[in-house]
Design a protein around this ligand. Structure first.
Ligand SMILES: NC(=O)c1ccc[n+]([C@@H]2O[C@H](COP(=O)([O-])OP(=O)(O)OC[C@H]3O[C@@H](n4cnc5c(N)ncnc54)[C@H](O)[C@@H]3O)[C@@H](O)[C@H]2O)c1
Length: 262
């Protein structure tokens, strides 16, 4: 018997071209899942990295724009048809807002963040829920943020979309429980990716300090003393989507190095 925890499971990961999404694809493949890496951008580098690391993996790339429900429905339906099931979806794609006050936020920035971060996650959750309701099994994991748990100045729209993801996922968990389908949110803290670099660059300028000083400031605010890594988030995804997480649904799991919210 294989010791891989997700042997033969069929998974979709959005936002898989880089960062946390890439780390999730790698871990799921290492655990024996058949993984579809989906993104607006090319997932070629992700696929190459996974194939180099996992010799017997089944991983493929797909183009998706999570904002567009037809694009998401087509992806989910084609994966379910091809493999005969969809066991796991990780709705990870998101964008970080440009730092600004609510008072200065134009409609265009609100729409950009809302559409990817909330509508996109909703689109993925809905398409997966339709398939999983029929098959009476499955795990939906949405990526929130520690910014879902508290408001942060200059990030109001981003915070609000992540809080919306968390609440929508709780409701979804209740709706899907009778069908044997689980839904959870994973809330990363500051995690070493391009998204974090962009945010830290902007914050350094705003505070009038160097990028390096900003990175140190962020590290100092984390009880475990280091930034998160994509593999930290991926470990939580494996746990929640495997048998070990069979009794967990409606949860919003912090993976943030010990930052606690009151
Ligand atoms: N990095 C952090 O510090 C941090 C902290 C908390 C939460 N998160 C969350 O973790 C998740 C991954 O973040 P990351 O840091 O890897 O970000 P990233 O910017 O490095 O990667 C995001 C990916 O999403 C893709 N994407 C964007 N819009 C898309 C769309 N419309 N359709 C399909 N794909 C799209 C991008 O092409 C990119 O590959 C996000 O949900 C993010 O909000 C990240």
């Amino acid at each position: 018997m294989s010791s891989k925890r997700l042997n033969g499971k069929v998974a979709i990961v959005t936002g898989a071209a880089r960062g946390v999404g890439r780390g999730i694809v790698l871990r799921l493949a290492q655990e024996g899942a058949k993984v579809v890496a989906a993104d607006l951008s090319s997932c070629e580098e992700t696929i190459n990295e996974v194939r180099r690391a996992v010799s017997d993996c089944e991983v493929s790339a797909a183009e998706v724009n999570v904002v567009d429900s037809e694009s998401v429905n087509a992806l989910v339906d084609s994966v379910a048809r091809k493999h005969g099931a969809l066991d796991i979806i990780v709705n990870n794609a998101a964008v970080v807002q440009t730092m600004m006050l609510v008072a200065d936020t134009p409609d265009s920035e609100f729409d950009r963040i809302y559409n990817v971060n909330f509508r996109g996650v909703f689109n993925g959750s809905r398409a997966a829920a339709r398939v999983m309701r029929e098959q009476k099994s499955g795990s939906i994991i949405n990526i929130g943020s520690w910014y879902a748990k508290q408001g942060f100045a200059n990030f109001a729209v981003y915070c609000a979309t992540k809080a919306a993801v968390m609440r929508m996922t709780e409701a979804l968990a209740l709706e899907m429980a009778p069908f044997g389908v689980r839904a959870n949110t994973v809330c990363p803290g500051n995690t070493e990716t391009e998204m974090l670099k962009k945010a830290m660059r902007e914050e350094a300028v705003l505070r009038g300090i160097s990028f390096e000083a900003q990175v140190q400031h962020v590290k100092d605010s984390i009880p475990l003393g280091r930034l998160g890594r994509p593999e930290d988030i991926a470990a939580a995804i494996v746990y929640l989507s495997s048998e070990e997480g069979a009794y967990i649904t409606g949860e919003a799991l912090n993976v943030n190095g010990g930052v606690i919210f009151s």
